[in-house]
Design a binder for this molecule. Structure first.
Ligand SMILES: [Fe+2]
Length: 385
């Protein structure tokens, strides 16, 4: 998590009496902590008991859209094809998964009053299209195109979009948290001068007055591949204040400061966040390599320990033909990949690229779902011939 942040009212000392304005009733302190009591945490002060549940529904299994006997090959999906739409919860369509990670896309076409909590995975949401605000007990995280929002595991939240003409996001769910890479920080935990972004680029939640009315509030809680409808007797966004290191935060891909080399630098120079099981990179417009004989397109590579997922946002992606905004490609580990025929030669002498893309490299093989089967270009694996 990025840095210490606090909003609203707090007692001077943790775990001590903190009275409401009536001078008699106590605010309820909730410690939200990771890795037991040893990881990043925040202390939240509620009007009501955060554990109050009025009704716990029977869980339902989510359709994980398993593609039986999927081939082991390259895939190129058009994620704008055959989308069902829905609200920010129901619109999610899974494309790729393994035991720790799930990658889904969602076209949000309608609103909902139901709140959402992912109790088993942290979430990384990339807003491709649309503007709005993420609301949680920590406050407001306004978002627009290119924003990347990290949501800690177990956070109850909602995404409120402005309008429903063109909203789309990609979401990565991870059993381990999204972290700023350790080598971006100095010994004090501050982002270094050579990190590709600074604290000023990271947007923590903004203050929002607590919602204190009682009344049923529905929360859909996801645990692995099961969802539970829960009813709380009050609104969970009832915090009068909080402080700590655990909260949703936003970083826009346009704020990423790219690194450029004399000869081609490998993808880790485009690193954004890591988890235990994957890395996320931001590819953004930049000058190309400046050696007089440099080949800007990447060399063929065989990353035997990772699957490569690319989601294309904007601009002409230098190494691949036929991809467009909304394309999703999978190049599994253990077999080589690289530029399409002609792309290496075409890149020589080019001064810069205008590409925007998101890369996800997982350290365990991903399984494609039936969404991949139904939206992928049939001849993509043969397109290097
Ligand atoms: Fe690659």
């Amino acid at each position: 998590m990025p840095f210490y942040h606090k909003l609203g009212e707090l007692p001077r000392v943790k775990h001590t009496t903190f009275y409401k304005p009536d001078g008699k009733s106590l605010y309820r302190e909730e410690l939200v902590s990771s890795k037991g009591f040893s990881g990043a945490y925040s202390n939240v002060y509620h009007h009501y008991l955060p554990s109050a549940l009025k009704q716990v529904g029977v869980g339902q299994n989510l359709d994980d859209m398993t593609w039986e006997n999927a081939p082991f090959t390259y895939f190129h999906c058009d994620t704008d094809k055959q989308t069902s739409g829905g609200d920010f919860i129901s619109a999610r369509e899974p494309y790729l998964s393994n035991a720790t990670t799930l990658v889904s896309l969602a076209k949000v076409t309608e609103d909902t009053d139901t709140l959402y909590r992912n109790a088993s995975h942290a979430e990384f949401i990339f807003i491709h299209h649309g503007t709005g605000v993420l609301k949680s007990q920590y406050g407001l995280n306004p978002f627009g195109a290119g924003d990347q929002i990290v949501i800690p595991k177990g956070t109850i939240y909602e995404l409120k979009f402005k309008g429903f003409e063109n909203n789309k996001f990609l979401v990565i769910e991870s059993t381990t948290p999204f972290q700023i890479p350790g080598h971006f920080k100095n010994e004090q935990g501050q982002l270094t001068e050579h990190a590709p972004y600074s604290e000023r680029d990271i947007r923590p939640p903004e203050y929002c007055a607590p919602i204190t009315e009682s009344g049923n509030v529905h929360v859909l809680t996801k645990v692995q591949n099961r969802v539970f409808e829960q009813t709380m007797p009050h609104h969970p966004f009832d915090a009068v204040g909080w402080d700590g290191y655990l909260y949703p935060f936003t970083f826009n891909i346009k704020d990423y400061h790219p690194k450029v080399g004399r000869i081609h630098l490998p993808p880790p120079v485009h690193l954004l966040y890591t988890t235990t099981d994957l890395v996320i990179c931001n590819f953004v417009p930049r000058p190309f390599d400046f050696h007089e004989a440099a080949i800007p397109a990447p060399y063929y590579h065989n990353n035997i320990d990772s699957d490569e997922v690319l989601y294309y946002l904007d601009g002409d992606f230098m190494s691949r033909k036929g991809v467009k905004s909304g394309s999703l490609t999978l190049h599994p580990g253990g077999i080589p990949h690289g530029p399409h025929p002609g792309r290496t030669e075409a890149s020589v002498g080019q001064p810069r690229t205008e590409e925007y893309a998101l890369m996800i490299d997982t350290f365990h093989p991903l399984t494609p779902t039936t969404k991949v089967r139904d939206t992928s270009h049939e001849n993509y694996p043969q397109s290097w011939i």
